[in-house]
Design a protein around this ligand. Structure first.
Ligand code: ZN
Ligand code: ZN
Length: 341
């Protein structure tokens, strides 16, 4: 509890220390995502939360939110193959997914740290170890990062990956300077609807309903999004998102998905979270809107204190939503971290 209060104090004090220089260098007329020269915007805009609103949620919730276990046992898996032509997908934890296809190894939003936080001693804390140990990762060719929140863009993990594998890192516009400052040089920025090719895989960066910030003073200064990875199969990684018309749009532009990786956790309190985080009912709508053959849930069960639902709530709520829509649980899987599907 003491650490949580200190973390809130930290939130108050970082507001003036960051976000001072322009992050986006691309010619503003050439940017497709809505951008006013300073901030990016969603396709369906929603108001930013003020620090007062954040504290009005966080302080009472310190006393009322359900307690997560301190440490969950999990079986550690080793990746089934070093490389694979056919699609193999392993959720390692939270939004970190190893996607293997066309002989490439792709990692999404890599997070191996003990906290999803700017501080090593406070902030949302890991309750389960990654399903594949860092040492057991196969050679990583590509890293895709959906946005710069601490549970998705984790500098310590990215530095380790950079040292070990020197992968190409794909990010939204404006995120390159932060990585370059941390000696991660092989970084490619993407605009919404941009498509790039790596080997036999096309990488599309697509809009989702979210926002970005590393401090209280740099909201929406860097671009957020999802990725569609198109090789033997078409895989949609939704990153972190609220629900919106954008998913039907992604289907119209890029066609039906073989597999979608869709967030199912971090959605309570609903009133506070609803614009930027889907709850399982909406995760199912994304599955339907993108006409996905299969889906796997991400963004749950890893960091305690991120939001207010119980650790097992996403699984229960997803199963209810699947039942209500006559969808088999085997078509929208809640994965075991580290197990390959
Ligand atoms: Zn986020
Ligand atoms: Zn997140």
């Amino acid at each position: 509890m003491k650490l949580s209060l200190l973390f809130l104090f930290f939130l108050l004090t970082i507001s003036s220390s960051c976000g001072s220089h322009p992050k986006v260098t691309k010619d503003i007329d050439k940017i497709v995502a809505p951008f006013d020269g300073e901030k990016f915007q969603n396709l369906e805009p929603f108001p930013d939360k003020s620090l007062f609103q954040v504290l009005s949620w966080k302080i009472p919730s310190l006393f009322t939110k359900p307690k997560w276990p301190e440490n969950l046992d999990n079986k550690r898996f080793k990746p089934m193959t070093e490389r694979s032509e056919e699609l193999k997908v392993t959720v390692i934890n939270h939004s970190t997914v190893l996607i293997q296809m066309n002989k490439l190894n792709i990692l999404t939003d890599p997070q191996y740290s003990n906290r999803a936080s700017p501080l090593s001693w406070a902030g949302p804390k890991r309750v389960i170890s990654p399903g594949i140990a860092f040492e057991d990762l196969p050679p990583i060719d590509i890293v895709v990062i959906s946005h710069n929140h601490y549970d998705h863009l984790d500098l310590p993990t990215l530095k380790r990956l950079n040292e070990k594998f020197n992968p190409t890192v794909y990010v939204g516009l404006g995120n390159k300077p932060l990585l370059n400052e941390n000696k991660i040089e092989k970084v490619i920025e993407m605009d919404w609807w941009e498509k790039l090719i790596f080997g036999e895989v096309a990488i599309h960066f697509v809009p989702v309903q979210h926002w970005s910030a590393r401090s209280t003073s740099d909201k929406r200064e860097t671009l957020w999004g999802g990725f569609v990875l198109e090789g033997n199969k078409k895989v949609f990684f939704a990153g972190d998102t609220g629900y919106g018309k954008v998913f039907k749009l992604i289907y119209e532009k890029l066609g039906a998905m073989d597999l979608s990786l869709i967030p199912i956790g971090a959605y309570e309190p609903r009133d506070f979270m609803k614009n930027a985080h889907v709850w399982p009912k909406e995760s199912v709508k994304i599955f339907q809107d993108t006409k996905s053959k299969k889906a796997i849930g991400i963004h749950f069960g890893t960091f305690s204190g991120l939001t207010d639902e119980e650790i097992d709530q996403p699984r229960k709520d997803l199963n209810k939503a699947l039942k209500a829509n006559n969808i088999f649980e085997s078509d929208f899987i809640v994965p075991v971290f580290g197990k390959t599907y």
